[in-house]
Each structure stands twice: as C-alpha cells, then as structure tokens.
Design a protein around this ligand. Sequence first.
Ligand code: NAD
Length: 252
Amino acid sequence: MSAIDDLAGLLLDSNYVIAFTGAGMSTESGIPDFRSKGEGLWEKVDPELLSIRTLRADPKLFYRYYRLLDNSVQGKTPNQGHQALAELSRLGVVRAVVTQNIDGLHQAAGSPRVLEVHGGVQHCRCMRCQKEYPYAMLHEALAGDGEAVPLSPCCGAVLRPGVVLFGDMMSPDFTRAQQEAFRADFALVLGTSLSVYPAAEIPLEVGRFAIINREPTPFEAQAVLAIRGAIGENLAAVTAAVRAQRQSGHKL
Ligand code: NAD
C-alpha cells in the first residue's frame, strides 16, 4: 500500500476528521507563504512590522508592509488542493476546515464549514469605534496613493483589517476550532510550519494527525503519517483513493 492509500484508509476509519491548513495550502494559487525557504514573505518582512503594536505606533509603516500581504491575496482563485479538500467535505469525510489562512479560498472552493482562526479579508473596522466595513474599502484605499493610511468614514480614525495580527486576540472562530478539535479523532494537517501559536495547538489537541507538507515540521515525529510533497497532487490522489476504497466496500 502507498502512503496515499494509507492516508485514505485512515480518513475512512476515523469517526470525525477535521482539516487544519496553513499558508502552504495557497502557494499553488500564487500566494506566497511566510516561511518557505527562498520564497516566504518573512524573507522580505520582519513579522513585528505586521503586528498590532506597529499598527498603533506607526500606521504608515504598518501599511507599507501590509500592502504586500493585501496584494498577494487579491484576485487569486482556489487550486487543486482547495478543490480536493472541498470534495472530501462533500464526501462526508472532512467535517470542518480550520484554517490559519486569511485568503478565503477554502470558501471559494466550496468547503461548507470553514473556521478562520486568524480572521479573513471579508471586513475591516474603525480602530476608534470598531464599526465594521467591507474589506474592499481598505483595499481600495491601499490601491491608491502608495503611502496612504486607510481612514474610517465614521470617525476619521485608522481602519484596520479584520485579520488577526501579531499581538491581537484570536478570532471567535478559534474557540469554535478548539471545540472541533475536542470532538475530532483525526486531523489532516496541510501546508503549515506549525510554528504560529496558539493555532498550532489544534492538531495536538486532536491527538492523531497526518501531515502533508513540503518541508519537515516540528510535529512530524508525532504524526501517524507524514507525506513530504506538494498538497495539490497529493490531496487529489488521496481524494481519488478515498472514492476508490469506498466503492470497494471500505466502511465509512
Ligand atoms: P508558514 O509560511 O509558516 O508555513 C507554510 C508551510 O507550507 C511551509 O512549511 C512550507 O514548506 C509548506 N508549503 C508551502 N507550499 C506548499 C505546497 N504547495 N505543498 C505542501 N507544502 C507547502 O505558514 P503557516 O504555518 O500557515 O503560518 C503563517 C501565518 O501566516 C498563518 O497564520 C497565516 O495566517 C498567515 N498567512 C496566510 C496566508 C494566506 O492566507 N494564504 C499567506 C501567508 C501567510
């Protein structure tokens, strides 16, 4: 049996599977991750520059670098990996997708239940009164004058993205994700360096997990199975193997 068939069998033998995804899920859609060697955004930007501390102290500096992240997610479409994961949900194998990504591509691919533990690019809000606006307002302000800081129509205060920045509280979806982790007996971990906390605790809370990632990760020794390679082709193959094993009478 190949690792692909083994993973399909593990998914079918589990009672409640969740997926836990990171930036590596979307590199095949053309969105750079943070830590891939030679390509990650952190090779260009100090993470502290994208923190709530920098946003409060020096919004112009924050937005100079946030623009890179904003530009990287605009106009992108789901890839083979997002599609395969949505298919695993339609097959009733994956019950929820817990993602660290902010790009909205799991939802665009049709995954019905997505928990965004680091928020997403749906909304932005006024930093003074917390009134929410569509994210497009912030994006359009950033797309104009190269150094402009987006301001809220309500208070004329700085607008902030509805994503979780370093130093922020986690999103309300994080509590829901923890509840899913307690319920699940297996996690499918995809494209994450498992180095951003507390999000990285989710697969550990589940206890049994498999990893598909290009580079080694800190939890590889604890994984039931680890496939080193690209998510798109591997997850599409796992999905095909799930269908085949089910047709040949594997119980769900
Ligand atoms: P990370 O950059 O720390 O790690 C990504 C991992 O994915 C790496 O280990 C890399 O080897 C692997 N990888 C990259 N492309 C892959 C592919 N095609 N197939 C298999 N593996 C691949 O990302 P992280 O752990 O998610 O942490 C970064 C944080 O940055 C997250 O919290 C996330 O919110 C944010 N982020 C989000 C996006 C996005 O929304 N697309 C993009 C960049 C960063």
